[in-house]
Design a protein around this ligand. Structure first.
Ligand code: HEM
Length: 266
């Protein structure tokens, strides 16, 4: 074989270096990072923050709805909106792209509120989250509301519920009808992000069947007790757990797409 000319070697070397650079770039751009829009769209985060603040000022439940949206998006592999919530703060990793699937098949991964503790733990383990992450993230139920149709069976048929609490809920949620009537998930401070949901669990005032599972004589009781005594520890853990949840197999780099209309695939 004839020896290669210097220019040919140089060309090959440059091509290899370019290939390596592109490879490294694709790795770098295939990860979430806090400053994803810093150069391409520096106005993005302030604009989003303004819109979210206005929406929450207009309707206080919007914060809870957005928090829940992030949970569902992470579990079904769609895009997460970039935002932060009053209460604990955390660095949201950016750069998730939208799913190219636009049906409800992914929602099968969302755990049912009728599951027992082991089923809830398994649902989170399937997403790479621990039982401890589950207890921490479940603290999101410190804000927001739930519909009668979701908690009816608990207040009429279950025994591990404070009787006076169940009676007060029956006034909101009749045995038949009123399916969309609402009750707060956190009995004392439903619009404040605090640790009260854990205190509720300890006195059998979890409104959902799943709420009460975390304090039912099982492996998660001690973590519930810990958070009920230490709101700061809960707040810190919550931030870390949200970051971990946001990192569940995100679509980045060239995977997925950036939807022109959030509601449908391009
Ligand atoms: C095993 C885990 C979970 C189950 C079974 C569950 C179940 C539910 C259910 C049944 C509701 C009420 C829905 C309705 O009545 O229409 C709800 C509301 C809510 N969930 Fe969860 N959830 C879980 C985990 C999470 C996580 C991890 C987060 C966030 C990090 C979260 C945030 C919320 C919020 C904020 C609301 C209130 C939404 C609003 O008021 O609009 N949940 N959840």
């Amino acid at each position: 074989m004839a020896p290669k000319k210097f220019s040919e070697i140089k060309h090959n070397l440059l091509a290899s270096l370019l290939g390596l650079f592109l490879f490294l770039f694709s790795i770098a751009s295939a990860q979430l990072c806090p400053d994803f829009y810093e150069k391409t769209c520096p106005g993005a985060l302030p604009a989003i923050e303004n819109v979210v603040r206005a929406a929450v000022a207009n309707e206080s439940r919007m914060g809870a709805s957005l928090l829940r949206l992030q949970f569902h998006d992470c579990f079904v592999n769609a895009r997460v909106q970039k935002w932060k919530l009053g209460g604990p703060y955390w660095t949201v990793l950016l750069g998730r792209r939208d799913s190219t699937i636009a049906n409800f098949s992914g929602t099968i991964d969302i755990p049912s509120p009728l599951l027992n503790l082991s089923g809830l733990i398994t649902a989170f383990a399937n997403k790479g989250l621990s039982a401890s992450d589950l207890v921490t993230l479940y603290g999101a139920h410190t804000v927001g509301q739930t519909r009668c149709t979701i908690f009816r069976s608990r207040i009429y048929t279950e025994n591990n519920i404070d009787p006076s609490y169940a009676a007060s809920l029956r006034a909101i949620c009749p045995a038949t009808g009123g399916d969309d009537n609402l009750a707060p998930l956190d009995t004392e401070t439903p619009t404040v992000f605090d640790n009260d949901i854990y205190k509720d669990m300890m006195v059998e005032r979890g409104i959902l069947h799943s709420d009460q599972q975390f304090y039912s004589g099982g492996s998660t009781d001690s973590q519930v007790e810990g958070y009920s005594n230490n709101p700061e520890a809960f707040a810190v853990d919550f931030g870390y757990a949200m970051i971990k949840m946001a990192n569940i197999s995100p679509l980045t780099g060239t995977s997925g797409q950036v939807r022109l209309n959030c509601r449908k695939v391009n």
